[in-house]
Design a protein around this ligand. Sequence first.
Ligand code: UTP
Length: 294
Amino acid sequence: MTQTIRKAVIPVAGLGTRFLPATKAVPKEMLTVVDKPVVQYAVEEAQAAGIEHIIFVTGRNKHVIEDHFDHQFELETTLEQRGKTEALAGLRADLPQAGQVSYTRQQQALGLGHAVWCARALIDRSEPFAVLLPDMVMTGDPGCLSQMVAVHEKRGGNIVSVEACAPEEAHKYGIVSMGETHEDGSFEITGMVEKPEKGTAPSNYFMNGRYILDAAIMDLLGRHQTGAGGEIQLTDSMLDLMAQQPFHGVPFEGETYDCGSKLGFLSANIALGLANDTLGPELRAFIKSLDVCE
Ligand code: UTP
């Protein structure tokens, strides 16, 4: 029998250099897509997948993320006094309950692998856990992590969400090598490489920022081996874990927006704005009025 995935690590300690100057004082995870900060999409996706406890790995200048997932008594009292019950209910519904969220700190942004390792004391060694990169905003029903949990329940092992890219774009991503394909569309992962040299990628499936990992990854990350870009990469330790345990790729059915990049962020705002029941019709009319479409 496979184990339930109860905990998720959401690393939010990166510097967000691709989004400067916006991210000089504001964490990139708090930039807003339509009416919610980017990080909230990841939290809601995790909750929908049955995650009971979220562990944020934060850094300096990120305290506003903690405030976002807490009560704001002055605001709530004012909304109550003004009878704005819908807004108030929305605020409260989004909050993790007491004891369902933990924060730990990555003092230096040494890479994603290092950020995940910073959560080691909060992860039970007998339980697999999820990792969600919050700047990857995903739309899909069921959500990406729910799709992965369903495969994990059937197959166990480690699960990596993947997505196809144009072959000429593969050098920009972490790419997986494909083994046997299963009847549910998932496949065995036999290798992975961060940002392969142009023309050398083993497939065009890239890892899009969602993982279910055996807790043994923490010991491998603890070696602090640096990889691509001089950073402690999650990919390197996953490769080592692959020598001991199976990894399965799950092609994500839905859309992904890389909100750590300016273009991905703008695309997310347009796509999710258009899909929004209240804003969509007027936004569509506005975009049409720009006369930009052929
Ligand atoms: P990115 O790879 O997008 O890195 O991180 P970044 O450093 O934040 O952004 P750029 O490239 O400089 O623009 C993916 C996720 O991992 C977190 C980030 O906060 C982001 O949510 N991260 C990354 C950490 O928590 N610590 C790190 O050392 C690196």
